[in-house]
Ligand binder design. Structure first.
Ligand SMILES: [Cu+2]
Length: 86
């Protein structure tokens, strides 16, 4: 299983726009920590994950479609990663 470790800290995001290659049908986990109230939005999946300051959470998802999907934060709006699903 692929784990994508996401850190929202000091007004920045990590990773910072990296491409993540996934295979259609596989599961993957977003492992998120944040020092601010924010959202992690997985475009194309209509998935907006609310995170609170100081929170650590993991969200399992299935790459059930092919394409290129941006993962971004909303406060501020920053590109975290691009899921490339084949
Ligand atoms: Cu968004």
């Amino acid at each position: 299983m692929t784990t994508i470790t996401i850190e929202l800290a000091n007004g920045k995001v990590s990773p910072n726009g990296s491409r993540i290659n996934l295979t259609k049908g596989q599961t993957f986990v977003l492992d998120i920590t944040s020092d601010r109230d924010d959202q992690v939005h997985v475009h194309g999946f209509d998935k907006a994950i609310g995170v609170k300051a100081g929170q650590h959470l993991t969200v399992e998802m299935t790459a059930d479609r092919t394409g290129r999907y941006e993962v971004e934060s909303h406060h501020p709006e920053l590109l975290i990663a691009v899921l490339q699903i084949r």
